[in-house]
Design a protein around this ligand. Structure first.
Ligand code: PLP
Length: 397
């Protein structure tokens, strides 16, 4: 009954753990949810007020397919001021979340076995989005030793005559790894030499720590800019996941293609959310720093707790709101009820034994790890850290 296309993509293990966690919660169990992929803060009040005004002013109809001129101007100004990038509003499209921009960009560039290079650990949707476009995801292992970052050499070696695209996640979900300017420049050389296109997913741009300086890939040179689709959005930086506002900026030709695709699927993003997004971008920015600092405090706390557990190694992430500890020392250990052979077993053990929800590394193409989100209150994190210690203590290494 179902198409070959849909049968090619899978439901990940992430869903299974999340579903079991929800079922436990429904039974009244006190589950500490460290699996979340969104900021826990409310959307700042000035942004909410802008949306309320939009409704009261009847700004509730279709907008231009690519988004309102006001919002695309605000995005162009943001890209200029913060990233040193010159885009006109016509080189920008607003979509229902960054995910839709990525989906549209892949649809515009990939077809018929074109290859897209993706670093593992990867954000779960990249390979499936490439597969849905009839392309071939080429997964390259970004090693823990290299801070979960791809090297230019690895990319160069993965290129074949079919390679069209590199998808770069910077900072990365699930590892929090972020690329330095030098690392990006090395990658840029390969991109130019091999004539690749790059989707640079910069959705976690604002969440970087320890004075890390974020650099947008397209800002490296005009040539690189012409080969890059910058993807960003308001979900993570402004705690606006439910509002569904993301965007892509690229050459006119590419944006025209994205516009065409979007016009035959969802059309414009919500008019009300677009009005709120204008306020987010041009209004006061103080709440961003408050949220960023709190994330940094939590990262430091959880990192210290996790790395004090015997047998666990963890790369200290530069950004995002996840830790991605190596838990493989605990594989092939038994507890009174569980035999743990992989990250899925471990996540299920943590859930059933200590009521902590995490995401197994296998969901991100990286066995041997679990993803722990610190997007929850400090009280919850303290309790989560206590339970994690307890759970690992019960399995002596
Ligand atoms: C790396 C990455 N890219 C894109 C997205 C999608 O964000 P949006 O809410 O804007 O669709 C997410 C959300 O989890 C993400 O982690």
């Amino acid at each position: 009954m179902l198409s070959k296309r849909v049968n090619k993509i899978g439901i990940s293990h992430t869903m299974k753990v999340a579903q079991e966690a929800k079922e436990l919660q429904a039974k009244g169990e006190n589950v500490i949810d460290l699996s979340v992929g969104e900021p826990d803060f409310p959307t700042p009040q000035n942004i909410k007020n802008a949306a309320i005004r939009a409704i009261e002013n009847n700004f509730t109809k279709y907008t231009l397919n690519a988004g309102t001129i006001e919002l695309r101007k605000a995005i162009a100004e943001k890209l200029k001021k913060e990233n040193g990038l010159d885009y006109s509003p016509n080189e920008i499209i607003v979509s229902a979340g960054a995910k839709q921009s990525i989906y549209n960009a892949v649809q515009a560039l990939i077809y018929n076995d074109d290859e897209a290079i993706i670093a593992a650990p990867y954000w779960v949707s990249y390979p499936e989005i490439v597969t849905l476009a009839h392309g071939k995801p080429v997964i390259v292992n970004a090693s823990e030793e290299n801070g979960f970052k791809l090297t230019a050499q690895q990319i160069s070696e993965a290129v074949t005559p079919q390679t069209k695209l590199l998808i770069l996640c910077n900072p990365c979900n699930p590892t929090g790894a972020a690329y330095s300017k030098k690392e990006l420049e090395e990658i840029a050389e390969v991109v130019e030499e091999k004539k690749l296109f790059v989707i640079s997913d910069e959705i976690y741009e604002k969440l970087v720590y320890d004075d890390f300086k974020f650099v947008s890939f397209a800002s490296l040179s005009e040539k690189i800019k012409s080969r890059t689709i910058v993807v960003n959005g308001l979900s993570k930086a402004y705690s606006m996941t439910g509002w569904r506002i993301g965007y892509a900026a690229a050459s006119q030709e590419i944006i025209n293609a994205l516009n065409k695709i979007q016009s035959h699927s969802t059309s414009n993003a919500s008019s009300i959310s677009q009005a709120a997004a204008v306020e987010a971008l041009i209004g006061p920015q103080d709440s961003l720093e408050v949220m960023r600092k709190e994330f940094e405090r939590r990262r430091n706390f959880l990192y210290d707790s996790i790395t004090s557990i015997e047998g666990i190694k963890c790369h200290k992430p530069e950004g995002a709101f996840y830790l991605f500890p190596n838990v493989s020392e605990y594989f092939n250990k038994s507890t009174h009820v569980f035999k743990i052979t992989n990250s899925f077993d471990l996540a299920m053990y943590l859930l059933y034994e200590e009521k902590i929800a995490t995401v197994p590394g296998s969901a991100f193409g990286a066995e041997g790890y679990i993803r722990i989100s610190y997007s929850t209150s400090m009280e919850q994190l303290e309790e989560g850290a206590r339970r994690l210690k307890e759970a690992f203590k019960k399995m002596s290494v």
